[in-house]
Design a protein around this ligand. Structure first.
Ligand code: DP6
Length: 359
């Protein structure tokens, strides 16, 4: 597949107005995407668990307009007009216009809400961009009238990627790979694909409790962060390592080897942060409480034999990952020993989910 495969044939139907509503979840990467080339092409393949509870719901209403020279849209978060969201969406529209030639024909009203608090330090770009991409695909499906020439979910993932890279991994579940990799059949730099291999029972219904250590605005935007990998002294080795980790996680997911899973996932999280600490300019996005939590998790594992582990995004919050059969004991541990390190004691209980839904 190439980019041009996503350019549609002229539409056969004319629609004046309508609306679509989708919910789309967030995801948490096990092998991280960090570093991108032009046009949102990742430097290395990544794999993530799709989440279940953390999601964005977006209603997109559209009505035909006279002036077809520019994009026209308004954005609302929880019924409040959000003009500060507009530049990101304008950039997204510009990037996808070639693939959705109807964009300038309509005025759009984008009404969005998140299941998680806006100021939780949880990025809503993956869930938000994937929900918007799906609403736009629903419009295209109507305009085409007959069967789409292209797979709906694949094109939605392709479009979501152009909004935010990790968003292309949010449409399906429970595991999604994005980025071409020799060992993953069908994988592509252009869109996410559902993980096509056998997954051991141990990883079914995996739990993710997100500890909100720092609920503030992101210190480094992801675009700035990814750009720091250009000319980074360890970039080449990092991209190789991610490729190798993707090969390794394939056998781990098949065998159910939780110790190997822990080693790979925690190393990926710390490597992501190591990349930020060793770039120029450099950043430390962990907070003292992030380290406190990591040390507590290691001590708990040591003393109980638990298979709980952590991963991190480009921020201070900690995702605590554990198998379903440990849910009771790990939650008890979280409440008694980790919640004290969360801002206002806040955390979110999530688990692996199965992707976006048309509402
Ligand atoms: C650390 O997808 O937010 O969460 O493509 O610039 O929107 P953009 O970046 P984004 O980067 C996410 C990076 C990460 C790791 C991951 O999810 O793989």
């Amino acid at each position: 597949m190439t980019e041009t495969d996503f350019i549609p044939k002229p539409y056969s139907k004319h629609i004046k107005s309508g609306d679509f509503k989708w919910s789309s979840p967030s995801n948490i990467a096990l092998v991280k995407y960090w570093g991108k080339k032009k046009d949102q092409i990742p430097e290395n393949p990544s794999i993530s668990f799709t989440l279940d509870y953390c999601k964005t719901t977006t209603k997109l209403s559209f009505s035909e307009k006279e002036n077809k020279a520019d994009f026209s849209f308004d954005v609302f978060l929880d019924n409040e007009k959000k003009d500060d969201f507009k530049p990101k969406i304008e950039t997204f529209f510009k990037r996808v216009e070639r693939y959705l030639p109807f964009l300038k024909n309509y005025h759009f009203k984008i009404e969005t809400s998140n299941s998680f608090p806006h100021s939780s330090g949880i990025a809503s770009s993956a869930s938000g961009m994937s929900a918007l991409a799906l609403c736009l695909m629903s419009i295209e499906k109507e305009l085409v009238h007959d069967d789409l020439e292209i797979n709906f979910t694949q094109k939605a993932s392709f479009l979501a990627r152009l909004g935010s890279g990790s968003a292309c991994r949010s449409l399906e579940g429970d595991l999604v790979v994005w980025g071409e990799h020799v060992d993953v059949y069908g994988s592509s730099d252009l869109f996410g694909v559902k993980y096509p291999f056998e997954v051991h029972e141990n990883f079914k219904n995996y739990q993710d409790t997100i500890l909100l250590v720092d609920k503030g605005e992101k210190q480094v935007s992801s675009t700035v962060g990814h750009n720091l990998m250009h000319g980074h002294p360890f970039a080449g080795q990092r991209f190789e390592q991610a490729n190798k980790n993707l090969t390794d996680i394939k056998s781990i997911l098949k065998s159910g080897d939780l110790d190997a899973f822990i080693g790979l996932v925690e190393s990926e999280a710390l490597t992501l942060h190591a990349m930020m600490m060793t770039s120029m300019p450099y950043f430390i996005l962990m907070k003292p409480n992030t380290l406190q939590i990591i040390n507590k998790i290691w001590a708990f594992r040591e003393s109980t034999g638990s298979k709980v582990c952590f991963t991190l995004d480009a921020g201070a919050n900690v995702h605590v990952l554990y198998p379903e059969n440990e849910a009771g004991s790990v939650l008890k541990f979280i409440k008694s020993e980790l919640v004290t390190f969360c801002q206002k004691g806040e955390y979110i209980n999530d688990k692996v989910g199965f992707g976006a839904k048309l509402l």
